[in-house]
Write a protein that binds this ligand. Structure first.
Ligand SMILES: NC(=O)c1ccc[n+]([C@@H]2O[C@H](COP(=O)([O-])OP(=O)(O)OC[C@H]3O[C@@H](n4cnc5c(N)ncnc54)[C@H](OP(=O)(O)O)[C@@H]3O)[C@@H](O)[C@H]2O)c1
Length: 300
């Protein structure tokens, strides 16, 4: 089968379409014929050599497609269903991929729109559970226009929270559309947030790894700030951090956001789709830290 692979660490141009052996679903796994796979910051980090990986290595964590093999013990989907999730070993940008956790694809969304969901939805759900804010409280989300940020805005609003979200000006309309009060990030953030919320904010969720000092000042207590951007940065500022793949993973979020998506109550925008042969271009565009939506690789 065709898959996108890199044989050395580096920029987007290290990505190439190659022929590899097809994977097969083991116990508790499903195999999907992949229709779409989105690009996440983690894909870029793996490709650029931030982690120790055996080479050649592959890309594509978020994936959506049609189930064509069902492993032993799997009862909630069958061959022919459409499903999405995070590909085993981050090998989703390929003709076939294995999933260990999944949900059925929302009928209302395209495969590209569905491939935008899994990591963002799981991360946002995990973060909101950790913050444990209650209806009526105020949450500031830093980097609210990103994938994790937009997922968190939509889910927090459903919990009855007031949400203030930082974003560049061009993303403010989208934040309003999903129920957040937008504010520009950068110098002066503390004062701008105080003007919006003179009584203070109850919690801060950082989805950008930026301005943690300001975020602690806004929250008034580092313990009320949670970041997804890494434990080293968190330790520096004394804030809480969360990483994916642990015991607190919120994989049930796949099913819950799929249901919300079918009700027209949850979505993440897709900025642009690319063919598998354009994987380098897709990664190059995704390196911009100011996207308006997910970059998705579509597998024909
Ligand atoms: N810990 C975990 O489990 C986990 C899981 C998933 C992702 N992550 C991490 O979470 C972060 C966000 O991921 P993502 O997929 O949401 O990324 P993304 O879609 O690329 O979004 C990044 C956002 O950051 C915003 N931004 C850029 N500069 C900023 C600044 N100086 N201050 C505030 N916001 C700024 C951008 O907003 P504008 O476009 O408006 O400028 C953009 O919307 C990444 O660091 C990723 O590695 C962690």
């Amino acid at each position: 089968m065709k898959a996108v692979q890199f044989s050395r660490f580096g920029g987007p141009d290290v990505l190439a379409v190659v022929d590899v052996d097809e994977p097969h679903a083991g116990p508790g796994q499903i195999r999907i014929a992949v229709k779409a796979s989105s690009v996440n910051p983690m894909d870029r980090a793996r490709r650029s050599g931030r982690f120790k990986l055996d080479l050649p290595a592959r890309i594509g964590r978020d994936a959506a497609g049609v189930v064509d093999e069902v492993g032993e013990g799997v009862t909630d989907v069958k061959v022919g269903d459409s499903a999405f999730g995070v590909a085993v070993d981050g090998r989703g940008t390929a003709e076939f991929a294995l999933l260990r956790r999944w949900a059925k694809k929302p009928e209302r969304l395209s495969y590209a729109e569905t491939a935008a969901l899994p990591i963002a939805a799981e991360t946002a759900t995990r973060c909101l559970r950790k913050l444990a804010a209650t209806a009526g409280q105020t949450l500031l989300i830093n980097g609210a226009a990103g994938s994790v940020g937009q997922a968190a805005v939509q889910l927090a609003r459903r919990q009855g929270l007031r949400v203030i979200g930082t974003a560049s000006q061009g993303n403010h309309a989208r934040l309003r559309e999903i129920g957040a009060e937008p504010v520009v990030y950068g110098a002066g953030l503390v004062d701008r947030v105080r003007q919006l919320a003179p009584g203070g904010v109850d919690f801060v969720l950082d989805c950008a790894g930026q301005a943690l000092g300001d975020l602690v000042e806004i929250a008034g207590d580092a313990a009320r700030v949670l970041t997804v951007a890494g434990s080293t940065l968190a330790a520096e500022y004394g804030v809480r951090s969360t990483a994916g793949g642990g015991e607190d993973a919120a994989y049930d979020a796949y099913w819950s956001v799929a249901k919300l998506a079918d009700q027209g109550e949850f979505s993440l925008p897709v900025q642009r789709t690319f063919a598998m042969t354009q994987a380098s271009e897709a990664h190059a565009l995704s390196e911009s830290t100011h996207l308006t939506g997910k970059i998705v690789i579509v597998i024909e």
